[in-house]
Design a protein around this ligand. Structure first.
Ligand code: GLC
Ligand code: MG
Length: 239
């Protein structure tokens, strides 16, 4: 990983995954290059769910797998958990207290995940999310709240999230000079897309991303899913 020269850090659902034909074209394109593109997958899914998707879609095993909206990190072919990252996040994490508050917010429905390293819910209305946010703040619970796709509410340990997890990996493996493209399609991708690295919002992105302010490092692809990644790769890195 330390010697990677080219990196694709991409969300899975709705970004790398969603159109099999363009996914195949992108992977064939990468295989045809003289350089190797190291893959970092950054997904909202929990670990088992991410593995199922990788199997179902026949995705290459990534060099780094970041799960649970940036709260889980797995490294190398054997996907070894990064314990330094989990220990850092545990320090100020209060899942029971978060769940207790969530239970009394009308309209907030638990996702019933098999993990407690993040707390995730469904909410169909921004007012519900704002009520939750204000109760968490009132109780002084350290957290990061992310609302995506008009449906998913993720409460994460502070210091985590897709952007901070990606930056942690870039720092840890001294990858800041590699040619990097960051790709996403929804609200939980905003932080990684706005780190300042070449980034792409794919053509099928959710409304919350489409209204993201213009920035020279963010390319808005016309193509959807992996086709958008391919379009942006050529835009940034054809030399
Ligand atoms: C994925 C996860 C879900 C999460 C959402 C948004 O869909 O499965 O738990 O809330 O991403 O981050
Ligand atoms: Mg997505």
């Amino acid at each position: 990983m330390n010697r990677a020269t080219h990196l694709l850090a991409t969300d899975l659902d709705g970004t790398l995954v969603g159109d099999r034909n363009s996914l195949k074209k992108l992977l064939d394109f990468y295989n045809a290059q003289t350089y190797t593109v190291s893959l970092i997958y950054i997904t909202g899914r929990h670990y088992q769910s991410a593995l199922s998707l990788m199997t179902e879609q026949n995705l290459p095993v990534p060099h780094v797998l970041i799960t649970d909206v940036g709260t889980g990190i797995y490294i190398g072919d054997s996907l070894k958990p990064d314990l330094e990252w989990s220990a850092f996040l545990e320090k100020s994490w209060m899942p029971q207290q978060i769940d207790a508050i969530a239970r009394v917010i009308p309209g907030l429905v638990s996702q019933n995940l098999p993990i407690t390293t993040r707390c995730s819910y469904f909410a169909s209305d921004l007012a519900i999310v704002e009520a939750f946010r204000s109760q968490l703040n009132k109780a002084g619970i350290p957290h990061k709240l992310i609302y995506s796709g008009g449906r998913d509410v993720d409460i994460l340990p502070s210091g985590s999230g897709k952007g901070q997890a990606l930056q942690y990996i870039l720092d840890k493996y001294k990858l800041n000079t590699a040619k990097l493209l960051v790709a996403g399609d929804s609200g939980n991708d905003v932080e990684m897309l706005t780190l300042g690295f070449p980034s792409v919002i794919v053509g099928n992105a959710q409304p919350e991303l489409l209204k993201q302010t213009e920035h020279p490092s963010i390319y808005r692809a016309k193509q959807e899913f992996a086709g958008g990644i391919h379009e942006a790769w050529r835009y940034f890195y054809t030399d």
